[in-house]
Design a protein around this ligand. Structure first.
Ligand code: FES
Length: 167
């Protein structure tokens, strides 16, 4: 049996009837044809599936779509488009923050979330270690981005892109 699920995706109200076992990632990709969010590992280890739910990042492969009834979801498709990129997308282009591009949607969603988490004072392991330091370090950014794996190892350029947007 299916269950009705209603959520807002990239500002648009969407209604689906889903098997309750369908993950949020599969609902986005297979049912809404939003294939920007990628399935790398399908078990919470790579971050390629990262989306924003109610403004917070989440591995969409690890959560069921039915758990998000009523939620506002943002995927990479909800950011900029060619010619009108989100500042983080533009920074990834400027700093070559990708090679094959497969992890990039997740990297960008996480990067935006990381800057928001820093603004909101969400501690990281690194900031806990260097309590009192107001300076944003590469080490802190790397730790906060550690859930997003890049097999091409574009890490240093990704961190440079985030640092650029952070100012
Ligand atoms: Fe979700 Fe890898 S596909 S973390």
């Amino acid at each position: 049996p299916t269950v009705p699920v209603r959520f807002t995706v990239n500002g648009k109200a969407r209604a689906l009837d889903l098997d309750p076992r369908v993950t949020l990632l599969d609902a986005l990709r297979e049912h809404l044809n939003l294939t920007g969010s990628k399935k790398g590992c399908d078990h919470g280890q790579c971050g390629a599936c990262t989306v924003m739910v109610e403004g917070k990042r989440i591995n969409s492969c690890l959560t069921l779509a039915v758990m998000h009834d009523g939620d506002a979801i943002t995927t990479i498709e909800g950011l900029g488009r060619p010619g009108d990129l989100h500042p983080m997308q533009a920074a990834f282009v400027k700093h070559d923050g990708f090679q094959c591009g497969y992890c990039t949607p997740g990297q960008i969603m996480s990067s935006i979330a990381v800057l928001q988490e820093i603004k909101d004072g969400v501690p990281s392991y690194v900031t806990a270690d260097v309590a009192g330091s107001a300076t944003l370090t590469g080490e802190e950014l790397r730790e906060r981005m550690s859930g997003n794996i890049c097999r091409c190892a574009a890490y240093s350029n990704i961190i440079a892109a985030i640092a650029d947007v952070a100012g």
